[in-house]
Design a protein. Sequence first.
Length: 136
Amino acid sequence: MSFSPYLGFAGTARETMTAYAAIFGATDLQIMAFDDMPQDQRPAGTDGLVMHAQFSAGEGAPLMGCDIPPGMGPAGMGGSSVFHAAPDAATAERVFSALSEGGHVEMPLAATFWSPAFGMVTDRFGTRWMISVAST
């Protein structure tokens, strides 16, 4: 059994997922737009919106997301966070710094009793992140 985060955005999925793919070094970003659907099947108000986007980074599960069409529910992460296990402190610092640009640091990246580097940030797109390095 596996679980993969699926993020919902309010019209920023293309920009957000492109930024995340760059931050995490992914080269396989796939974006499918609602505009690619047959017109008679396309939900109203979805022109220019992303129906599905995903990429993989390393051995983990893919990160996926889309724009939430108008009237189909809330967008945003609310009380949830995406957890990223970085392989080392240098990678954690690079990722945390990139996600922090234009965002809000909730807990600065620092050593804790359970990790050589752990921090929490809400990025400029409104996604909450927990960045950590496994204890050695």
